[in-house]
Design a protein around this ligand. Structure first.
Ligand code: AOF
Ligand code: ZN
Length: 342
């Protein structure tokens, strides 16, 4: 395989990968090319529980003729997995397809999912790695970091006014953002393993914190509700309704994430309030942000983020626009939604 063709295919894999959603799984794209570099098929991973990129590309391509398969190359930005998780192992799917060559960028390195290259080689597949490794590592850097630290991936929701308020002076806060924003937030809820809120939010708003569709009906998958903080919350709090709930009596975000990881949960949504958002940001434990911004000012009232101990501009916590499906900023009814990463 000519390097420039393989590199072009890897660039395409990275581009396809970015169409997925972040969370407990990495962003992965796969491109199958023939010996001349012509694209035979493409695929990408859409998020936890859905087909992996390699399987997606193979499924869409269908059965390959033996000769074509032997000369074809699977180009993918992550080492094909070697484990049966929510889906079958990609190594097995590649071996079954008869594809003779695999080029990947980053190693998987997971205790269960890793070792794919070895399995493929043992089955007679030519494997090479490291092509565009730095781009591939960069693409999933927060996911790699979360996994190396043994903690869940975290998503922070901020729903605020143009002046960064989440409640008016009198405490009223429902609703600052529009139904369109709320619906988007519920779709995010539906794909995380747990939602974290502070005791203050429970005492102030008594939220249900379940994931509902546009008709207000609950989605099939419901996240676990984790309440963080020392204050007692009422026995009849709405979020306790289905029993999929617990309180963690700490103010330390590391401790909360360790507990959630011990429950086998890989993706956490931080929903508020300000003290939770502030604590996780200050500890550099926010992997992505969905910022819902309503076109209103309040001029006073509760800020979305509190004092993080920053004294001067040079100490600012910096985020950057991170496109999802090609766009980092979206219009949701009257609001804007910005997707950010550290
Ligand atoms: C791949 N291709 O597209 C992805 C991989 O439980 P599962 O089945 O969703 O597996 C998740 C693990 O598989 C994840 O932690 C990572 O190690 C790997 N992700 N591997 O070959 C893909 N998304
Ligand atoms: Zn896989």
């Amino acid at each position: 395989m000519e390097t420039s063709r393989a590199t072009a295919a890897m660039r395409l894999s990275l581009e396809l990968a970015r169409r997925g959603v972040r969370g407990s799984n990495p962003l992965v794209g796969a491109v199958i090319i023939d010996s001349a570099g012509t694209i035979l098929g493409t695929g990408h991973h859409r998020g936890a529980g859905t087909a992996h990129a390699e399987a997606d590309a193979l499924n869409r391509l269908g059965t390959l003729e033996k000769d074509i398969a032997r000369n074809a190359t699977m180009v993918v930005n992550l080492e094909p997995c070697n484990h049966t998780g929510r889906t079958g192992p990609c190594t097995g799917a590649i071996i079954d397809s008869g594809i003779g060559n695999v080029i990947f960028a980053s190693d998987d390195g997971g205790t269960k999912s890793g070792g794919g290259a070895q399995t493929l080689r043992a089955a007679g597949v030519n494997v090479s790695n490291g092509l565009l490794r730095s781009e591939a590592t960069e693409l999933n850097h927060r996911w790699f970091a979360a996994r190396n630290q043994g903690r869940p991936f975290t998503t922070l929701h901020l729903a605020q006014t143009l002046d960064g308020r989440i409640a008016a002076k009198d405490g009223s806060s429902q609703w600052i953002t529009s139904p369109a924003s709320l619906f988007h937030a519920h779709q995010v809820r539906a794909r995380v393993g747990a939602i974290v809120v502070g005791t203050g939010t429970v005492l102030a708003d008594d939220p249900r914190l379940n994931a509902r569709n546009e008709h207000g009906e609950p989605f099939e998958h419901q996240p676990r509700r984790v309440v963080m903080g020392l204050r007692e919350i009422p026995v009849d709090a709405a979020l306790k309704a289905d029993g999929n709930y617990e309180q963690v009596r700490t103010r330390d975000p590391h401790e909360v994430l360790a507990l959630i990881a011990s429950r086998g949960i890989g993706h956490v949504l931080l929903e508020g309030g300000a003290s939770i958002a502030t604590a996780f940001l200050a500890a550099d434990l926010v992997d992505e942000i969905f910022l819902y911004q309503a076109p209103i000012f309040l001029g006073a009232g509760r800020s979305s983020i509190g004092d993080m101990g920053i004294e001067t501009l040079a100490q600012a916590r910096t985020f950057r626009l991170d496109p999802l499906d090609g766009e980092a900023v979206r219009i949701l009814g009257p609001d804007t939604l910005t997707h950010l990463e550290p």
